[in-house]
Design a protein around this ligand. Structure first.
Ligand SMILES: [Zn+2]
Length: 145
């Protein structure tokens, strides 16, 4: 079927949109003078959603893949597991939903709420977690996932 015919149906339109969105880079912001751009590669396989370059995405954000995966599972309500480079989600997440979850994660667990910098790390002190900014030095409490 040609793309033109495909987008005439609603389902086809969503499919095409999904495909287009999956190839768009997602700009997160600047860390130092390095621009963080993510390109999530997402496959839909029956009822599973597979992010094939998940480990790379987490590394670009300077976070543990397991931490990012936990956030995505919790927020989407769909269980997920990391295996090698990939994240496998039990259930369907559209590319747009996935990108939105990444944005929420960055807002809560990567971006310094004081200066907006992305050069941050998560530190644990006793049973508390903090986001420590390497730019301005701010230490902000974050929730434990
Ligand atoms: Zn800061």
């Amino acid at each position: 079927m040609s793309w033109e015919n495909l987008i005439r149906t609603k389902e086809g339109y969503v499919k095409v949109l999904d495909k287009v969105l999956s190839t768009l880079p997602q700009t997160i912001g600047k860390a130092g003078d390095r621009l963080i751009v993510l390109k999530p590669e997402i496959l839909h396989e029956s009822r599973r959603t597979i992010v094939t370059n998940f480990k790379e995405l987490a590394e670009k954000l300077n976070r543990e893949p397991a931490h990012l995966a936990k956030f995505i599972s919790k927020e989407s309500g769909k269980p997920g597991s990391v295996g090698g480079e990939r994240l496998i989600i039990q259930g369907r997440l559209t590319n747009e939903e996935f990108r939105r979850l990444i944005e929420l994660y960055v807002r809560e667990f990567v971006k310094c709420p004081v200066c907006g910098g992305l050069d941050t790390k998560i530190v644990s002190e006793r049973r508390l977690r903090f986001l420590v900014c390497e730019v301005c030095g701010a230490k902000s409490p974050i929730r434990k996932l």
